[in-house]
Design a protein around this ligand. Structure first.
Ligand code: ADP
Ligand code: MG
Length: 258
């Protein structure tokens, strides 16, 4: 890859509440703090990645919806965030209609990829926050990305559903994006007081080996409350254990560059 080619990571898991958005917000902010230009593309109609980075999604002039469905130039939708070096293509509830509106659209699976190509050389990293489904928005993310980062929650059903995600990635490999691969698994919401968390992490490592980051993200109140301040925990409370874990995970992601 040339130095002007960014790493493009789709953060995906069709389960809701596993920590996709929290991972996007904190990994991107940690990597931006290392001096890299980072772009976050919010592909969830909830817009939580956008608001978590300080963007008011009630007053958007352009959102990712306009980029995908109205041929708005992506550079017109990019906003700076509450964090230096970190930029966002925000989403709002308009995007809820996109899964259906994309169905009859020309090039429906490749719209995000074509948009990202326009701005790729401006960034070192692009993170795409996927919605909790495997519909056309997630397909657009998987088609635009080079890698998939999968957050898994340290709970009993952690691995359930991942087979379906992997099957979808294979379909995208066959039809749209032959080099896409799961590069990274991040274990989320680790509770050191329970045996279950440790068992789940061991299980995930057994399945995915070296793709699983050494760093696990603990369950902490600070991580949970940071979004209400419109800031990642790594910015809001940099010395907290959650922030330390996210910085360590981000360093592993950066060092893992092939
Ligand atoms: P997803 O994007 O997969 O739906 P989120 O990142 O929105 O998941 O996380 C779901 C909820 O869990 C949010 O309320 C978030 O603040 C909270 N959360 C995420 N990670 C942690 C953590 N490590 N500790 C405590 N709460 C967390
Ligand atoms: Mg989310």
């Amino acid at each position: 890859m040339s130095p002007t080619t960014p790493r493009i990571l789709a953060v995906a898991n069709q389960k809701g509440g596993v920590g996709k958005t929290t991972a996007v917000v904190n990994l991107s902010a940690s990597i931006a703090a290392l001096g890299h230009r980072v772009l976050v593309i919010d592909l969830d109609p909830q817009g939580n990645a956008s608001t978590g980075l300080g963007i008011d999604i009630r007053t958007l002039e352009h959102s990712v919806y306009d980029v995908l469905l109205h041929d708005t130039a992506i550079e017109d939708a990019v906003q700076s965030s509450s964090v230096a070096n970190l930029f966002v293509v925000p989403a709002n509830l308009d995007l809820a209609g996109a899964e259906i509106e994309l169905v009859p659209a020309m090039g429906r699976e490749t719209r995000l990829r074509r948009a990202v190509e326009r701005v790729a050389s401006d960034y070192a990293y692009v993170f795409i926050d996927c919605p909790p489904s495997l519909g056309l928005l997630t397909v657009n993310a998987l088609t635009a990305a080079h890698e998939v980062l999968v957050p898994v929650q340290c709970e009993y059903y952690a691995l359930e559903g991942l087979a379906q995600l992997l099957r979808n990635i294979e379909l995208v490999n066959q039809n749209l994006n032959p080099t896409l691969q799961v590069s990274t698994i991040l274990c989320q919401m680790y509770d050191s007081r329970t045996k279950l968390s440790a068992e789940v992490v061991a299980d995930v490592r057994g399945h995915f080996g070296a793709k699983v980051l050494h760093t696990v993200i603990p369950r902490t109140v600070r991580i949970a409350e940071a979004p209400s301040f419109g800031k990642p925990v790594v910015v809001l409370d940099p010395s907290s254990v959650g922030a330390q874990a996210y910085r360590a995970a981000a360093k592993e992601v950066v060092d893992g560059r092939a």
